[in-house]
Each structure stands twice: as C-alpha cells, then as structure tokens.
Design a protein around this ligand. Sequence first.
Ligand code: BDR
Ligand code: CA
Length: 316
Amino acid sequence: MEKVLLFCDPGIDDAVAIIYALLNPRIDLVGVVTGYGNVNEKQATDNASYLLQLGGRPDIPVIRGAKGPFSGELVSYYPEIHGPEGLGPIRPPDNLITNVQDYRAVFDLIDLYKNDLTLVDVGRSTSLAISFILKGAEEVNLVKGIYIMGGAINHPGNVTAVAEANFFGDPIATDLVLEKGKNVTVIPLNVTNYALVNPQIVNWIAASNSNPYSGLIKSIIDYYINAYKKLIPGLNAAPMHDVITLFALTSPGSFQFASRRVRVESSSLSRGNTIADFRAKPKEEPKETLDHIALAFDYNAFIQDFINVMTAKINN
Ligand code: BDR
Ligand code: CA
C-alpha cells in the first residue's frame, strides 16, 4: 500500500483523484495539501474538506498550501473548465466538518513516514517547492519519491502553444522541484491528455451506486466532459490528468518511462515550456538523479483500474 501526501487544487480532475485515492485499496491517503490553481486556495481547501467529509474521512488532514506563485503575480483560475467553485455544478455546504491544518503538517508527515511516503503533486508546484525551501532538499528527499503531473514534452500545451497549466502556473517552483528533487517522476500531457473518460464509463460508475461518491462523480465528470467538448470539437470525453498520475504510482508496469533531466522555462513566450534532454550525451553535468518521464501507457489497463476503483464499496 502506497502512503500518499497529495498536493492538489480541486478542480474536477483533482476531486476525482482524491476520490480515487480514498477508494483505492493500494493507496493510503495520509493528507491533502490544497493550493491555488484551478480555484483559489480557500475554495480548494473547502472542496477537499467536503470530499473527505462525504467519504466519512474527516480524519485525513487538509493542509493549506500556497495562495499564489513565487513571482507574486496575480493568478488566473479556470472556471470555464472546473466551474466557478471548482466542482462543476456542486458547491460544498456551509456546515463543513473540517480538519484543516497549517503548512507545518507537511513537515510532520515527511518526518513521520520518511521513505514510506510518496509526494504526489497534481497542482501548481508552489506548495511542494515551499518544502524544499523551508525544510531543505536533503530532508524532503528522505521520502520514497515525488510524482508530478505537468508539462508537455515535444507536445502541444494546454494553456499556451507550449505550456501545460500546472508548469505554466509557477514555472520557478516547478523547476526548483525538478532540480532539487531526488526521485521525481513526471507525468506530462503526452500521457494525461489520453487518459480519457467518456459518458458511458461515467454512467456505468454512477449506476453501480457503490459508494457515497457515485452521484457526485456523475455530476462533476459530466460537467468536465461538456467543458472539454467546447474546447475540442468532436471530443465526447475528458482527460483525467490527475488520476492517471496516481495510477502511474500504483501501476508503473502499465507505463513506458524515459530517464532524463527535465527543466522548465520561466520567460515570456516559452514560459512553462518543459524541456527534457534527450541527447545521447548531454554536455552539462547531470543532476544527481535523472527524472523519470512517463511517455506512453496502456489505456485499457487504466480504464479497467479506474472503473474498478470508482465502483469500490466503502463502509462508513
Ligand atoms: C492540470 O491542470 C489542471 O487544470 C488540472 O487539474 C491538471 O492538474 C492539467 O493541465
Ligand atoms: Ca490539478
């Protein structure tokens, strides 16, 4: 069972990732760090708290992350994809049961679990990068590994021609994590764009009525699919970027990886551009460990796993 501390910005695919982590017998979700990104930090924190409450897991801490990027610039959110409050048509109730903690809880979890813990980041990189700055790379690198969803490597971006939203959001933070992190796996758009879930799959999950999330899953993913339909004419499905990042952790055998040094550009037109060094013999000194990049995956294995996990029964 993989112990996971999930950094996220829920956001619909983040919300599905939280649910997937909670329902998955191969994942032990030990905390959720919520930062700005798809919505603001406060909304992300409420959304995560609501999802944990719905599953009867308010014992899992929700840890408040960053409110904005290192550059200090204003943040744009993505209501056109995730809805104004991040969960499509759903609004968390006012009387939330919360277990919200401040950022020090991240350090406590790293200290407690060390190399039993994997840090999985499916939001802007700021909240994770803060650990490298405040705690120091040596201590953060005591964890088993780091998985980050983001980037587009020799592949079109989704917010600019070259940039993916998470790496575009705070490229300074992402580059810092990539350069300081020891055992980093990057799950870029090259893979996540194709982790498509369609209405038939959603209807199947909803009809199973197996757990407290069945109805919510249908409402939020239907909303997400409709948003993607407007973005990409002819597509009647939506990519589960954040979910397949967790699947890469639990099922590495379903992926092809390359090991290369990965950097992210911060400057104007190419901001967020993700550069993996595929030269046979790079001239620069490589960092201590190369990054693992997911480049292809087995779609059928992903969908089968997604359906199995999302229709799992939970007792609460
Ligand atoms: C990433 O950006 C966010 O909008 C999604 O939640 C995902 O983490 C995809 O580019
Ligand atoms: Ca996300």
